[in-house]
Design a protein around this ligand. Structure first.
Ligand SMILES: [Zn+2]
Length: 272
């Protein structure tokens, strides 16, 4: 899949963004401005057409068909009359390549916005040359974009899968069990622990499915499948209020397309 992509991630360079460079345009809240020409996300005419003043920030992403491509945050003033869309909505509609680019842009702009001062000495950080990092010139501390790994798992039992309702979900929506990886844990240990903690089950045969960036704000979701081993479902009552086994042809309401949870469930249905 990746070899046919237009986009290529590049090592960090110090090229400043010019007003006619290809870009994805964000508002300060992290929402995206769809491109009017083709309803895609890339503005081929650059930010110059949309900005009356210098943008708030710009992050170099890589190359789109050989041309430099940036994520740009416009100022509040330049955003006023335009209709931006939430990234979650966009992920539900766009193809994998543009979704990936949008996630990368959102995550890097967030990181730049929240990584301006050294947490060790309070010094103002500078861009590091030759890699995507920020450097404290006073004490030498380096800051890289933060990525927080989380696991998500489809647990199989006979012909059914385990789905759970998280208390933060919309009413009636069920998804796969998921959670953040603890420091010092392997991904597989995190999968087993989350299932045990959230629904009280033991699982086995944990196997990798795939992964997806989820920039809300900096998660890398790592997907797995596993088989039921023992125990009966006991929702923890904190995060998970209900959970049950569902046949793939009798599923409840699911998370919207674009999420890895939905991609895993859709792939299991397609495999049947
Ligand atoms: Zn410092």
């Amino acid at each position: 899949m990746f070899e046919q992509w237009h986009f290529q991630v590049a090592p960090y360079t110090e090229f400043p963004c010019r007003e006619n460079d290809l870009c994805l345009l964000f508002n300060p809240a992290g929402e995206l401005l769809p491109a009017a020409e083709d309803h895609g996300l890339i503005h081929f005419c650059g930010y110059g057409n949309y900005a009356g003043q210098q943008p708030h920030d710009a992050a170099f992403l890589g190359y789109w068909e050989g041309k430099r491509c940036y994520a740009v945050t416009l100022t509040e003033q330049d955003c006023e009359t335009r209709k931006f869309s939430s990234l979650r909505e966009i992920l539900a509609q766009q193809d994998a390549e543009l979704s990936c680019l949008a996630c990368m842009g959102k995550q890097l702009l967030d990181w730049r916005q929240h990584t301006r001062y050294c947490s060790a000495c309070g010094g103002l950080l500078q861009e590091k040359t030759a890699e995507r990092a920020r450097l404290c010139p006073a004490c030498g501390q380096l800051y890289y974009p933060r990525i927080s790994p989380a696991v998500i798992v489809a647990v199989h039992r006979d012909e059914k899968i385990l789905l759970a309702h998280n208390v933060n979900f919309a009413p009636g929506v069920y998804s796969l069990v998921a959670g953040y990886v603890e420091a010092g844990e392997s991904l597989e240990q995190a999968v087993a622990r989350e299932v045990q903690e959230e629904v009280g089950l033991h699982i086995r045969a944990i196997r990798y499915w795939g992964s997806q960036a989820w920039p809300f704000p900096s998660t890398l979701m790592v997907g797995f499948e596993a088989d039921y081993d023992s125990g009966s479902i006991r929702p923890d009552g904190q995060e998970i209020s209900e959970a049950d086994w569902y046949a793939l042809d009798q599923l409840p309401s699911l998370p919207r397309p674009g999420s890895i949870s939905r991609r895993i469930i859709d792939s299991l249905c397609a495999r049947q």
